[in-house]
Design a protein around this ligand. Structure first.
Ligand SMILES: Nc1ncnc2c1ncn2[C@@H]1O[C@H](COP(=O)(O)OP(=O)(O)OP(=O)(O)O)[C@@H](O)[C@H]1O
Length: 262
């Protein structure tokens, strides 16, 4: 009888999704701003949240980080209900308005937030290392002594991003981080996002209303007027709609949705 072959080890189970939403609905005033959404944000990937201005991207992000009121449905973030206090150090959030102190230098800004996250004299060395690493990640080492108020808009938003990177969050939620940046800087930031996903296993949820940025994402959530038009990789969306760009796919999906509504 031939010797029996050893059974190959079972493949690693896929990690649970970083975010899972079902029946997610948000009312603002008398309006339904997000309407019955179901989606996932995969772990360790770059997920783009794409859609025109006013479609609800910022509202969805606020719901994920737990700062949005009147959220109903199920929304699980890193295995816990969105907004659970224990999630705070595990989730980094950068809003559209850079939150930096203008009268402090770039390094002082980061040192301040590092001290809030990791206080105490004994952590001083660890804080310096974290600040240096964050400065380097966003390519601001050369400007570390500059006063934040004297930086360009793009540099200021990179300071905000560096603050969000300080605690090495498992999930990074970035609201239009590349808006107003020149194409070279945009390319560098997208390279950084993919490096964080690949090397650190960070999950990133990044909003943009610029469709060509969609092509840079691993996974996409296409939002329109508070509803989810489609989700999938750029390739899947192009194939599904027999188009050759995510922008064309988006338009085809809008047309299909309009026909279904008629
Ligand atoms: N306080 C509010 N009360 C009622 N409706 C609001 C309020 N704030 C925003 N909205 C509406 O909610 C909708 C979604 O806004 P949101 O900021 O989430 O969109 P967005 O896709 O992030 O837009 P942008 O890309 O312009 O930032 C918009 O139509 C907006 O008019």
């Amino acid at each position: 009888m031939p010797p029996s072959r050893p059974t190959p080890p079972a493949p690693d189970p896929a990690p649970p999704d970083a975010v899972r939403a079902s029946r997610l609905t948000v009312h603002r005033g008398h309006r339904t701003v997000l309407d019955d959404l179901a989606f996932t944000v995969p772990t360790g990937r770059v997920t783009g949240l794409l859609g025109p201005s006013g479609c609800g991207k910022s509202t969805l992000m606020r719901a994920v980080v737990g700062t949005q009121r009147a959220v109903t449905g199920e929304l699980t973030v890193l295995g816990a209900p969105a907004g659970t206090p224990a999630l705070r150090p595990r989730v980094g959030y950068v809003t559209q308005a850079p939150s930096v102190y203008d009268d402090l230098s770039v390094r002082q800004n980061l040192a301040y937030f590092a001290a809030v996250l990791d206080p105490g004299r004994r952590a001083a060395r660890r804080r310096t290392a974290a600040v240096d690493a964050a400065l380097e990640a966003v390519d601001l080492t050369r400007h570390s002594e500059a006063r934040a108020g004297a930086l360009s808009g793009g540099q200021r938003s990179r300071v905000s991003l560096a603050v969000a990177l300080l605690g090495s969050p498992e999930l990074l939620v970035l609201d239009e981080p590349t808006v107003g940046l020149d194409p070279v800087l945009r390319r560098e930031l997208w390279a950084l996002f993919h490096r964080l996903a690949r090397e650190n296993g960070t999950s990133l949820l990044i909003s943009s209303h610029v469709m060509d940025e969609a092509e840079r994402c691993d996974h996409l959530l296409l939002l329109r007027e508070g509803t989810l038009l489609a989700a999938g990789s750029p390739g899947e969306l192009r194939t599904r709609t027999t188009t050759d760009s995510v922008e064309a796919a988006f338009l085809a999906l809008v047309d299909t949705a309009a026909q279904e509504d008629r």
